[in-house]
Design a protein around this ligand. Sequence first.
Ligand code: GCO
Length: 451
Amino acid sequence: MAFSNDFIWGVAGASYQVEGAWNEDGKGPSIWDTYTQQRQSPVRSHENGNITCDHYHHMKEDVALMAELGIRAYRFSISWPRVIPNGTGEINAKGLQFYSDLVDELLKHNIEPLITLYHWDLPQAIYDRGSWLNPDIIKWFSEYTKVIVDALSDRVQYWFTINEPQIFIGLGYKAGVHAPFLKVSDRDLAVMTKNVLLTHGTAIRTIRANAKKTPKISWAVTGPTFEPENDSPEAIEEARNKSFEFNPHLYILSNGWWADPVFLGKFPEGAEEYFGPYFPSISAEEWDIIRTPMDFYGCNIYNSIDRDLDPKLANASRCGRPITAVPWPITPDVLYWSSKFFYERYKLPILITENGCANVDYVHLDGKVHDPQRIDFTKRYLRAYDRAASEGIPLLGYVYWSFMDNFEWGMGYDMRFGLVHVNYQTLKRTPKESSFWYKEVIESNGKKIWD
Ligand code: GCO
């Protein structure tokens, strides 16, 4: 057992996925609101986040439940359009108050707030002005960041700029399965990448310049890696290279495309040839901003990347393997390999900002939610993470996704990741068996995972 004594044990959620109250108390619309209000919402079963868990109105009850379950940290995101309805300009005092109250409530229960500034609910007004294609977004996001930091940094220490650029750009603008459901060209993706990277770097500077409590800052990127075929140095080297290389089809979802610029000051090899005249042109001054240092490396990890995508071979290697409800493969060792590879390459302590299991949970005849798959899943992943700790890789903590079931983006409500079950009709919360198990994991600082 190698987790440090101050290891952070947390749970996560995100504004659009849990809050509801989509048009209350002066909140402006986000791109997720706009698309899910259409008669034919592109989300599975045409579902939307209008009410979802109604966390906006159940916040105190939810925090009290976290405290009962022994949770030490809560990673949540701020809805930009709830605080600044038009994206820029006027501040919605009620929206800001909600987050201030949430922070107070968490601290009252000794739960550390971990704030994500952007978890995909872009103000519609910013989208209308060009979204990530418009370089003004860098300034607009920085202004929004300052509003939040001014209001909350007397009590908050942990900050995440953006959540998973791979996904909000990759699935939102390339694959067309997340808002705003577009498929744009590589040329546009290159422009967006540059603007996202500059937005991230500028936001770090804004936080550092304005925070009252000394901030600890990171981002939360998605971080799957390849696992080596065996433990030989050659196999490990091959997996390491594949985990960061430039692949023309998958670059937008990769680690190297987003993190190499930030830490190494360059895009991965092969990118410039691929983009030709559309390769992002970045001045020395802009590189400085993109490379603004962070304090740790926050990453969301659920599974490793399939080694070979050759369909002829795929049947043999994939057939019947364990999967979650999403369905993603269950690959526990990815927590070891990702932590190792990221630490070696980017030289920062690791915080797993999301990891978790979607399961087929429902309330059983005895009134309880039995979810042994989630317990087994989490135990396996934490064991692999523990291996990384025992090899001396600095690990700051583990944040389970998610605290409660919620709106799973394009997949709607069928996917349940929560430690707490939510009945979307009655809004009743029922802690699942896994939440009681996780409580013991926390109380034992991880020892419980070896039982
Ligand atoms: C993420 C997502 C979460 C998802 C979770 C499960 O950061 O990937 O932000 O919002 O709900 O990952 O897919």
